[in-house]
Design a protein around this ligand. Sequence first.
Ligand SMILES: [Zn+2]
Length: 252
Amino acid sequence: MIGSWFEVIKDFKFEPEETRLGGWNPKEGPHVNLSSVGFKGKDEKEAIEMISDTLLHEGSHAAFHHITNKTMLKNYKLICVELNEIIASILQDEMDKAELNEEEVMEAIKTLASHDFLDELFAGRSQKSSPGATRLWLEKYHHQNTKVFKNVLESHVEDTKKRLYNIDVGIPLLNMMLQGKVDAAIEIVHEQFLPPIIQYYHVYFENMMMKLVVKEQKMGISDEYISILRKVVAQGKWERLQEFLDKDKDEL
Ligand SMILES: [Zn+2]
């Protein structure tokens, strides 16, 4: 039975019955979800171990974010700007110009997916048990991370919609017409442009994960393997991860 200290510092930030043991965000840093069902039935020693493991894991995410934040913002921004340009083209009745710069967007997605993948991989390594890419696969990180990626882009599109809704041209009827047009443009983006972007992220992430699971089985989670992955992060050359995965030789 876990002692009373546990009840006192119980964290109510999470939904009841949530399985997540912890999380982190740039404002508050790493935190533990002491109300997680994962703690149910654990004795004090086990709970303390889980808490310290969770803090190491979430702390690693925070540290990773600290080094790579700029790259991430840059790539998310690129996709968001592309989406805004599409919305602008639709609003100006220039549907023919409503096109994604596919090459640029794909590069940005690859960078974001590789980053998110390594972020999770290293966070897992900071814990006592560090099963590598297999953990990501078993815990379905391709779905989890795609959900986060999707949320970021969808909330960007919704923010743009709100901004456009607030434009007041001074004539109520024109405002109404403009809002109708905004609704249509946002719907086109949700239906036509977001799904392939999200799908690409998902497929790219899953593909990397499967390849790395195979690689780990071949070479084990050796120091050499970890140093290769560290190099990718340290150099900020995310595309090299895919290069490493595609090579038969275990080098970069
Ligand atoms: Zn994590």
